[in-house]
Design a protein around this ligand. Structure first.
Ligand code: PEP
Ligand code: MN
Length: 344
């Protein structure tokens, strides 16, 4: 739509699209609204829409992914999670333990996350573990702890949903839904996320191409949820000096193709504590929109991912270094959720 298009004009174009039996997706941008059209079996005649009031141009999308593409929406998307902005220059840091283990451990991690200046608290309650005999997470009581600790420390919270059942709980207790690498192509779960009214953190599958990642995000947007943040978390290669190979070029690739924000998880991306902070700095330098870092007050005793969780002081050091790196790519640390300063 044109720069000054009114909301009535957006509504008229949307109604026109729907009257043709198609699905309209009005996606607001920083400058102007883009209206994606899906449900068409083949190419549409641009003349169908070109002369409607407020329409600037009609762009046929050449990629298989549509709504996530820059063709549909050239402006970058800013996703807001419990008051914290991600994307469009706002760099947000999500940090916290791999798993919620108990209330004390979670509160200790949350206090260090907040003291370091990070923005959003993470903590898994439903854990996707390779072995069925490993710690599987606390489930619903874990989400209760995460929510309470988030409120106590003034941090919005994110946690992983493994299936439809845990998704309902994550939607109820958290500010953001995490879909993990193993579920990146769980298409029915993605569709359900698309109908949820919470932002989604979609992690790249460990053997997924960029196109597959974008197509996965397309599932969420196609159901009407446009609040998706992508996450590069390393892919499986032959390299054994690192748990996964963190593919920082994915950030650059995604930003060319998509308007969605993309953050980097150097914790799962490297799997080794001493590599996390250096690769976090690299991600900030490359132009990512944020980071996800696992932190634990006693990593060696952590119930999951003991080898990769950093100490609180390491996170604090990284947070102090970010303001040096972010201006290189026109980014700045995002503002904290309103009210954070007032709570301890
Ligand atoms: C996680 O972030 O807790 C996690 C399990 O990561 P991934 O899905 O990237 O393996
Ligand atoms: Mn983990």
């Amino acid at each position: 739509m044109a720069l000054g298009a009114t909301s009535e004009q957006v509504a008229q174009v949307t109604a026109h699209i729907e009257a043709l039996g198609l699905k309209a997706h009005p996606i607001p941008g920083a400058q102007r609204v883009a209206i994606g059209i899906t449900g068409n079996p083949g190419a549409l005649e641009p003349a169908l829409f070109e002369s409607l009031p407020g329409v600037l141009e009609v762009i046929p999308v050449s990629h298989p992914y549509k709504l996530v593409s820059r063709e549909v929406k050239p402006d970058v998307t800013v996703v807001t999670v419990g008051g914290v902005r991600i994307g469009g220059g706002h760099f947000a840091v999500i940090a916290g333990p791999c798993s919620v283990e108990n209330a004390d451990q979670t509160l200790s991690a949350a206090r260090s996350v907040r003291a370091a200046g990070a923005h959003i608290l993470r903590g898994g309650a439903f854990k996707p573990r390779t072995s069925p005999y490993s710690f599987q997470g606390l489930g619903k009581p874990g989400l209760e702890i995460l929510r309470d600790v988030g409120r106590q420390t003034g941090l919005p919270v994110v946690s992983e949903a493994l299936d439809e059942e845990s998704l309902d709980l994550v939607v109820e207790y958290c500010d953001m839904i995490q879909i993990g690498a193993r579920n990146m192509q769980n298409f029915s779960l993605l569709r359900t996320c698309g109908r949820a009214r919470k932002p989604v953190l979609l992690k790249r599958g460990m053997a997924a191409t960029i196109e597959e990642l974008l197509m996965a995000a397309e599932y969420v947007l196609s159901e009407g949820n446009y609040e998706v943040v992508l996450c590069e978390r390393g892919i499986r290669t032959f390299a054994d000096h690192t748990r996964n190979t963190l593919d920082l070029a994915a950030v650059v690739a995604v930003q060319r193709l998509s308007h969605l924000p993309i953050i980097v998880d150097p914790s799962h991306g490297t799997g080794k504590r001493h590599k996390v902070i250096p690769m976090g700095r690299a991600a900030a330098a490359v132009g990512a929109d944020g980071l996800m870092i696992e932190v634990h007050h006693d990593p060696a005793r952590a119930l999951s991912d003991a080898a990769q969780q950093v100490m609180p002081e390491e996170l604090a050091q990284l947070m102090q270094q970010l303001p040096v790196l972010l201006p290189l790519t026109g980014r700045h640390l995002s503002a904290h959720a309103v009210g954070q300063e007032r709570q301890v």
